[in-house]
Design a binder for this molecule. Structure first.
Ligand SMILES: *Cc1c(COP(=O)(O)O)cnc(C)c1O
Length: 423
């Protein structure tokens, strides 16, 4: 264990709960303490001791181009020269909105906020405001940010019954969230029968990627679309992780299924704090100042963040999506080979579940719902994580987090990965 990291972590812990500003950074359950990074470039970042790592966390997804993309950097530098917050109207969010809406046929209007959590919070309020109903269906294994109504886990009683998964969430809030299992359409149908005219919306990650990578069948997602339509409820696709990553139009584009409201985050800001919700005009005009659903933000549509998002997304052409997938596939294949071979098969029980530029290293196969995830993966992950860290290969410090490829993870990086793995 290195002194510099431990020293700064101890210092941080005195001032900040757990020493971190987001729990998953804390290396909880791992053997080592968190690394502190001082700089990053392309597919690499460098810690405060000067050691470099191939980064497969990519800020948990936003950095689809890699760190410090030169074109984005140039535009951000120009933007800095114009000032970094006005709290008044500016043209940069208009440019980003225009760019996005002309390429997202399933939505007419968008509103920018500062995070994925904020986007989800507003989407839920909007769904309730539009439908005049209160209950929301959420699936076990999907993460939707730290909104009260989404920090809910399955209760022990009846199917659909829920309790909060965090202290501080009122029971009244938990009572309005219904928890169901992914892949279980009958459960969804039954829930709508049991709660007739009470359900405002279903929220789902169309590509659940926050509790492992639980790839859903088209029929399940289509089923959610059909059931919500038949019951005057809205379908919310939370595309904070999948949006602009699996395709420009996210899972809505890949599946051809049109949700009523979409939430975005992560890639939409290219590493700057941006979230958004988007929908058809009939729904969006319920938001203030046009409609009665209130929402606001001092730093919303921050001019720097708008420019960072636009310059990132401008590079996401069809060719670059293909390249992104090829880059990730190359890396996945290298990891697979190494996992099978290393130390006479120490990790040969591992497999990689993979979709476009996301991958999940897991001891298991065909995992599509929480019930299929082996129970001990958290502990099993520790030696693998620590070994890779030692080799200068950085995965998110949690067995349930996915890895991300980027356009910077090119052939040279793949060669370097091979070298590091077999060193
Ligand atoms: C990351 C994420 C969120 C939360 O976004 P933050 O920017 O961390 O608040 C919500 N939903 C999904 C699907 C996410 O992946």
């Amino acid at each position: 264990m290195s002194n510099l990291h431990t020293e700064i972590f101890e210092k941080s812990k005195k001032m900040v709960p757990g020493g971190v500003h987001s729990p998953v950074r804390s290396f909880k359950g791992m053997e080592s303490t968190p690394k502190f990074f001082k700089s990053a470039n392309g597919a690499y970042f460098t810690d405060i001791e000067g050691k470099d790592y191939i980064d497969f966390c990519m800020s948990f997804g936003p950095l689809v181009l890699g760190h410090q993309n030169p074109a984005v950097k140039e535009k951000l530098t120009q933007a800095l020269g114009r000032g970094w917050s006005y709290g008044a109207c500016e043209p940069y969010s208009v440019d980003l909105a225009e760019y996005l809406l002309s390429r997202l046929p399933h939505v007419d209007q968008i509103r920018f906020v500062n995070s994925g959590t904020e986007a989800v919070m507003t989407a839920l309020r909007l769904a309730r405001g539009v439908t005049k109903k209160n209950k929301i269906i959420k699936f076990n294994g999907c993460y939707h940010g730290h909104v009260d109504a989404m920090l809910i886990k399955a209760g022990s009683g009846l199917a659909g019954a829920a309790e909060s998964s965090s202290l501080g969430v009122p029971k009244g809030v938990a009572d309005d969230t219904l928890i169901l299992e992914l892949e279980d359409l009958d459960g969804v149908k039954k829930c709508f029968e049991d709660h007739k005219d009470e359900i405002a919306a279903i929220i789902v990650e169309p590509l659940p990627a926050n509790n492992g990578l639980l790839i859903q069948d088209q029929e399940f997602l289509q089923g959610l679309r059909d059931i919500t339509k038949a019951n005057d409820a809205l379908l919310i696709f939370d595309e904070v992780i999948s949006g602009f990553r699996v395709a420009f139009g996210g899972m809505a584009e890949l599946t051809g299924i049109t949700p009523d409201i979409v939430t975005y985050g992560k890639v939409i800001g290219g590493g700057l704090p941006v979230g958004a919700l988007a929908a058809k005009t009939e729904i969006m005009e319920h938001l203030a100042p046009v409609g009665g659903v209130y929402q606001a933000g001092t730093l919303s549509a921050n001019p720097l963040a708008m420019v960072g998002g636009l310059e990132t997304l401008k590079q996401m052409t069809k060719e670059n999506y293909e390249k992104l997938e090829q880059n990730t596939l190359r890396i996945v294949n290298i990891f697979k080979k190494w996992l099978a071979e290393y130390n006479d098969g120490q990790f040969s029980n591992y497999n990689i579940i993979h979709h476009s530029s996301l991958f999940w290293i897991v001891p298991g196969d065909k995992i599509k719902s929480v019930g299929n995830i082996p129970g001990n993966i958290g502990e099993d992950f520790v030696p693998l994580f620590e070994l890779l860290l030692e080799k200068g290969i950085y995965l998110s410090p949690n067995a349930y987090e996915v890895g991300f490829g980027s356009l910077a993870h090119d052939e040279d990086v793949a060669k370097d990965l091979e070298k590091r793995l077999w060193s």
